[in-house]
Design a protein around this ligand. Structure first.
Ligand code: PLP
Length: 425
C-alpha cells in the first residue's frame, strides 16, 4: 500500500460503493451467471431506448450540432443553452423564481454530491467543524464515503410506521423531527440531505415532511439538499402523488441517469447562486468542463418540456409493474414461519427494501451466502452511516433492485428466500 495523504487514504478505501459498482459492472458485463438484484442500474425500457436512439440519429443528421458537441469544451457551469433551458423549464412549469445563475451542470449527481459535501462539510477557517445531517437513516450508500474529512455525517433514526397494520407486512419510515431538531440545535450542521424517493428504501418523504425540513433549514440557517435522482420532475419514478417544492435555501440535484442515460454522466444542480458558483469552480479545477453529450441529447426535450413526459408515459408504469411483480414474488416465496419479514412501502425508485426480523446472521453475511447462490443484493449495513449508536435494524435489512427482467427478479427472489430460510434455522 503506497503511503497516501490523509485525503488520499480516505478516497482510496475499499468503500461500499466501490464494491457495489464493481459487482454491478462485472455482472452486467456478463461475467458468470449472476442474477443482478444489487446495483442501481436502470432498466432497459424499450420505448425510452428507442427514443434516445432516434434523438442521437437527429443529432448525427445535423452535422453542425454533432461537431459542436464533440469538438468544444463547455463553460464549467454547463452548456449555456442547456442551462438556459433548465432555468426556463423550472420557471415556467413550476413557478420557481430562478435564473440561469441558479443552474449548474456536473458529470452526474455522484459528482455533485462530492462537490457539495467537500464544500460544506469539514473544518472552517475559524476551527469549527460542520457536518451533513441525514434526517432519515437509512440513506444512499453513495454518500457514505464522500467528504474530504473523516466523519462528516450525522444521521437520525426514523420512526417505523405500519400504514395498513403490521399484519400487512408493509412498513414506512417517517422522519423523527424531535431528533432532527435536537441535532440542528447543536449548531454544527452545514446542510441536511435527503434522497426523494429514497435509495435504498423506496420511501417518499411526504410533502408535509419536506415543508417541515424547509422550515427547519430556514430556522437554523442551513441548506437543505434534495436528491431527485429518481424523483420529480424527471425521471418521475414516483408511484403516489407528491409535489416538487422550492425554497431559497434548498439545493435540488437532478440526473439524466434514470431517464435511461447513466452512460452520459450528466447531473444538474438548481441551487442558490453562491452554491452554483462553488460547483462551477470545482468542475473547472477537477475536470475543466463537463461531458456535453448528455446535455446536447436532452437539450430539445428540456427546451420543449417534453422531458417531463417520459416518466409518466413510460418509466413510472414500467417500474410500477415491476415493483408489483416483485412484491407478489416476495409474498409467494418468503415464509413468515421461518423469518418475520416485512417490506418498505414501494413509493418510488426501483428497489424493494426488506426487513428480516429473526434472521440468525447479519445481512452482510447473507450477502456472501446469496452470492454463492448466484444472486446479488446489497446488505443493509452500508446505508446506516452517521448514526451514533448501534441499531439492530441495520443488520436486518437488505436492498434488492427490481429493474432487471421479471424472470430474473423472480428467480432471484426465489433463491433469496431459500437462502434466508436456511439462515433463519
Ligand atoms: N443519488 C441517488 C439516490 C442515487 O441512487 C444515485 C445513483 O444511483 C445517484 C445519486 C447518482 O446518480 P448519477 O451520478 O448517475 O447521476
Amino acid at each position: 500500500m503506497p503511503e497516501f495523504s490523509k485525503v488520499g487514504q480516505k478516497l482510496t478505501t475499499r468503500s461500499g460503493i466501490l464494491q457495489l459498482m464493481d459487482d454491478l459492472g462485472r455482472a452486467l458485463a456478463g461475467e458468470g451467471d449472476m442474477l443482478m438484484l444489487g446495483g442501481g442500474n436502470p432498466a432497459a425500457v424499450p420505448e425510452v431506448q428507442h427514443f434516445w436512439r432516434e434523438r442521437m440519429r437527429d443529432l448525427l443528421s445535423h452535422g453542425h450540432a454533432f461537431d459542436r458537441m464533440l469538438a468544444h469544451y463547455d463553460p464549467p457551469q454547463g452548456n449555456p443553452r442547456f442551462v438556459h433551458a433548465v432555468a426556463k423549464l423550472m420557471r415556467e412549469k413550476f413557478g420557481w423564481p430562478i435564473t440561469e445563475r441558479h443552474v449548474g451542470v456536473t458529470n452526474g449527481t455522484q459528482s455533485t454530491f462530492f462537490f457539495l459535501f467537500a464544500a460544506l462539510a469539514g473544518t472552517r477557517a475559524d476551527g469549527t467543524r460542520k457536518k451533513i445531517l441525514l434526517p432519515l437513516s437509512p440513506e444512499y450508500i453513495g454518500y457514505a464515503s464522500q467528504g474530504l474529512e473523516e466523519d462528516i455525517f450525522v444521521s437520525c433514526r426514523p420512526r417505523i410506521t405500519w400504514p395498513g397494520g403490521e399484519g400487512e407486512r408493509v412498513f414506512k419510515y417517517a422522519i423523527d423531527f424531535a431528533a432532527v431538531e435536537s441535532r440542528l440545535r447543536e449548531g454544527n450542521i452545514a446542510a441536511m440531505a435527503v434522497s426523494r424517493p429514497a435509495n435504498p428504501s423506496g420511501n417518499m418523504i411526504t410533502d408535509e415532511e419536506l415543508r417541515h425540513l424547509e422550515q427547519l433549514a430556514e430556522k437554523y440557517g442551513v441548506y437543505l439538499i434534495v436528491d431527485c435522482a429518481y424523483g420529480l420532475p424527471f425521471p418521475g419514478i414516483v408511484y403516489g402523488n407528491a409535489q416538487l417544492l422550492w425554497s431559497p435555501h434548498t439545493i435540488h440535484t437532478f440526473s439524466l441517469s434514470k431517464l435511461g442515460l447513466p452512460g452520459v454522466r450528466t447531473g444538474i444542480v438548481v441551487a442558490p447562486p453562491e452554491i452554483i458558483e462553488a460547483v462551477e469552480a470545482m468542475v473547472a479545477i477537477i475536470g475543466l468542463a463537463n461531458g456535453n453529450v448528455g446535455q446536447e441529447l436532452a437539450l430539445p426535450l428540456m427546451a420543449s418540456g417534453e422531458i417531463l413526459d417520459l416518466g409518466p408515459k413510460y418509466l413510472r408504469p414500467f417500474y410500477e409493474e415491476r415493483s408489483n411483480a416483485a412484491q407478489a414474488a416476495i409474498r409467494e416465496y418468503f415464509d413468515p414461519a421461518s423469518v418475520n419479514w416485512a417490506m418498505h412501502a414501494s413509493e418510488g425508485a426501483f428497489f424493494l427494501w426488506l426487513w428480516l426480523r429473526g434472521l440468525k446472521i447479519s445481512t452482510a453475511e447473507l450477502y456472501l451466502r446469496l452470492k454463492e447462490r448466484k444472486v446479488l443484493i446489497v446488505p443493509g449495513e452500508y446505508f446506516f452511516f452517521g448514526l451514533d449508536e448501534p441499531w439492530e435494524h441495520e443488520h436486518q435489512c437488505l436492498r434488492m433492485n427490481f429493474a432487471q427482467p421479471p424472470e430474473v427478479v423472480r428467480e432471484g427472489i426465489r433463491r433469496m428466500a431459500e437462502g434466508v430460510k436456511e439462515a433463519s434455522r
